[in-house]
Design a protein around this ligand. Structure first.
Ligand code: ATP
Ligand code: MG
Length: 354
């Protein structure tokens, strides 16, 4: 059976990249298959978070999910720390994943920076927790931005190693399903599905407005590097105006965007916001200067984002409602994850004595 799982960290200001690369893509999926959207607060603390700020940001991400159009009656919305199965499965996966696999993760290298000795152990183990988030629900489809591709490959490796290591036990307990793609390297029966990454569309990697080679991030110290979902009209216009570009006018064809990362990024943002291709955008704006294109882009961004920001403000004004949505979601999520973890523990051989 198909199931969607994805998450966003409550680590600060949600931005256009989070919206276009992740949250906006969650909305149509809720009508296609059972969907679970998590506010991953346990991931957030892999780098220091002020506790009061973490609580505030958890409600803000929930408000963004709701304001973007996720319906809590259809999809499950909850915060990770309230379903203990995430942490339990993450520990087991820490013992399945290999040091070598995690050492190759570029997100760890980037976030740990030069002072790796001082990074938290949690930051290193982040991808094993992410695998647990997904597989605690045996989710099959994971919509994310391009930066999470490597972590999803690791999730597949962890699922595969678990299925292999415990193959005899999975069969003995009758807990497997036939492998839909049998091969000499893979076992006949799977306990965990091999997850499908969903990384598609024109906005899988929105870049920083200050540096076309770096992705737009919540954790970038420069606020000018990103458009926050809650920025007002003037701020959005000012940030696009200040966005780094080259002096050339826009090209008429997409090939002309190669080696022009900043221009490519702004055209991609326009395309994603208006639901057309980059080629379509260039048909309209090819030959024009940024002094013409940037105000048009600002206007489009304001048109798309301001209703969401307004709805987020309404929702945040009523924290009791947000907390009730999260509570209901956590109960529904736990009802799915508990029996799966029960089976995982039996497979591992943990003695059940209560
Ligand atoms: P942080 O800097 O704290 O890691 P972040 O901006 O990367 O924050 P996350 O909460 O880590 O945000 O990611 C949430 C989702 O948004 C993920 O699916 C991620 O792939 C996606 N995402 C993050 N940044 C971008 C971006 N620049 N373009 C497209 N998608 C993005
Ligand atoms: Mg991130």
């Amino acid at each position: 059976p198909k199931r969607v799982f994805s998450g966003v960290q409550p680590t600060g200001n949600l931005h256009l990249g989070n919206y276009l690369g992740a949250i906006s893509r969650f909305v149509p999926l809720q009508d296609e298959m059972p969907s679970i959207y998590c506010v991953v607060d346990m991931h957030a603390i892999t780098v220091w978070q002020d506790p009061a700020e973490l609580t505030r940001a958890t409600r803000e991400v929930t408000a963004a999910y709701l304001a973007a159009g996720i319906d809590p009656k259809k999809a499950i919305i909850f915060n990770q720390s309230q379903v203990k199965e995430h942490a339990e499965l993450a520990w087991i996966f820490n013992c399945v994943a290999r040091m070598g696999w995690l050492s190759r993760m570029t997100q760890f290298k980037e976030k740990a920076g030069k002072n790796r000795e001082n990074a938290s152990v949690g930051l290193f183990a982040y991808p094993a927790l992410m695998a647990a988030d997904i597989l605690a629900y045996r989710a099959t489809h994971v919509p994310v931005g391009d930066d999470q591709k490597q972590h999803l490959e690791l999730t597949r490796d962890i699922a595969q190693k678990f299925n292999n290591d415990f193959q005899d036990r999975i069969k003995e307990l009758g807990l497997g399903v036939p492998n839909p793609e049998p091969s000499p390297e893979t076992p006949d029966e799977l306990f965990f599905p091999v997850t499908e990454p969903m990384i598609a569309g024109p906005a899988t990697r929105i870049m920083s407005l200050r540096d076309g080679t770096k992705k737009m991030s919540k954790s970038d110290p420069s606020d000018l590097s990103r458009i926050n979902l809650t920025d007002d009209t003037d701020t959005i216009a000012r940030k696009f105006k200040k966005a780094k570009t080259d002096p050339e006018p826009l090209p008429g064809e997409i090939e002309g965007l190669e080696a022009r990362p900043e221009a490519d990024n702004l055209v991609g943002i326009y395309a994603a916001l208006s639901g057309v291709t980059k080629a379509d955008v260039l048909k309209e704006y090819g030959g024009q200067q940024f002094s013409t294109f940037k105000p048009a882009l600002s206007e489009l961004a304001v048109e798309k984002l301001s209703p969401i920001a307004a709805e987020m403000r309404n929702l945040i004004a009523d924290p009791a409602h947000i907390d009730a949505v999260l509570k209901d979601g956590a109960e529904r999520a736990a009802a799915i994850a508990e029996p799966i973890l029960h089976d995982v523990k039996r497979i591992a051989g943990f003695l059940e004595c209560r």
